[in-house]
Ligand binder design. Structure first.
Ligand SMILES: *[C@@H]1O[C@H](CO)[C@@H](O)[C@H](O)[C@H]1NC(C)=O
Length: 337
């Protein structure tokens, strides 16, 4: 039901490579995409705002769940990315439970790490992750669910293709769509951009294509989107998913949505067919990072060794080729206080 997918002069084709070939000149002046990096955006949020609680409730009905099976990892072993994110949150890796979760729509597993004191139960985590559309879900290498807030206000973050969530956040499918959109921006779309003259690891949201979408609108999708272009892209993604799956589209959520429609449409044009692939089965899976033994970690007195260094382990089986090098950009998403 792409009821409100707009006609837009911005992006003409649903094929990623041809969109990029059409739109990106080969030798861009550096200043062109560095101009607005990580700066707060001037445009205001739509008003009335999109209702986030209503979206979460609706997505629970609208995004199909998948049957799952899982294998527990032997005690004493944890994927490197989980060790790093636990350490980053001042938790010990030995407090993590690790499961390989298999869904009916993919032969590969998602390796999920849950702090034993996390608010979310394994049942909730496995069900909620199953509702992330497979073409989006496949790009997560590891998912880490931690216990109490390390840093006040931090809700979740994306480091390359590893997503980390603090308590109560992994129940919000809207926030989860936002975080997965960071992976699409930083990893999935950043790879092809390099071929067209952008420096390695430039997120799509820092391209002049995204600037065109932003410039075509008078508003951004949310107050949070005003943080910078990365967050603008991720919140556009959050609402673009609802534009696809919510009967009646975004008009049902805010009559002002039309003022951020180019951003929503640009996201959909590039990513809707990737997020919802034909047949609804995975076309690839970003592999989990390698197992580490807790013994080995504990013998090392200097836990700083396990501070994250950028953990993308992306080699895709098909479809989009991920960049060979990890994206080290860390995107921390805060909850409004
Ligand atoms: C986890 O919960 C246990 C039991 O309530 C508590 O003793 C422990 O300190 C908690 N650990 C963390 C890291 O929160």
């Amino acid at each position: 039901m792409r009821s409100s997918l707009l006609t837009t002069a911005l992006l003409l084709s649903a094929s990623l490579s041809s969109v990029i070939a059409l739109s990106v000149p080969r030798n861009l002046p550096t200043a062109f995409w560095e101009r607005r990096h990580d700066k707060a955006l001037e445009k205001r949020a739509i008003s009335p705002p999109f209702p986030e609680d209503a979206q979460d409730k609706d997505l629970q009905q609208e995004l199909k769940s998948q049957d799952a099976t899982f294998n527990e990892w032997e005690p004493g072993w944890v994927p490197r990315a989980c060790v790093e994110e636990a350490t980053n949150g001042k938790f010990s890796a030995s407090e993590l439970e690790v499961r390989d979760v298999f869904y009916d729509d993919c032969e590969a597993a998602w390796t999920v790490c849950r702090h034993r004191n996390a608010t979310e139960s394994w049942e909730t985590i496995i069900l909620t992750l199953s509702q992330v559309p497979v073409g989006m879900r496949q790009y997560a290498s590891n998912i880490v669910i931690l216990a109490e807030f390390g840093e006040p206000g931090v809700a979740a973050y994306a480091r390359g293709s590893v997503l980390t969530f603090y308590p109560t956040v992994f129940t919000s499918l809207g926030v989860i769509m936002h975080e997965f959109s960071h992976i699409l921006d930083m990893v999935v779309l950043a790879g092809p951009m390099q071929a067209y003259g952008y420096p390695a690891d430039t997120p799509f949201s820092h391209s002049h294509m995204w600037a065109e979408a932003y410039n075509s609108d008078s508003r951004v999708p949310s107050e949070y989107a005003r943080t910078n272009l990365l967050e603008d892209f991720a919140d556009a993604g959050r609402w673009a998913v609802s534009d696809v799956v919510h009967p009646g589209g975004l008009a049902k959520y805010s009559r002002d949505w039309i003022h951020c429609r180019s951003q929503i449409a640009a996201y959909e044009t590039l990513l809707a067919d990737i997020i919802f692939p034909k047949g609804n089965v995975c076309t690839a899976k970003a592999p989990s990072s390698e197992p580490m033994s807790i013994g080995e970690i504990e013998e090392t007195e200097n836990a700083k060794l396990y501070q994250p260094k950028g953990t993308l382990e992306g080699t895709m089986l098909s479809a989009i080729v991920l960049p060979p090098k990890a994206s080290e950009r860390l995107i921390v998403c805060r909850v409004p206080i």
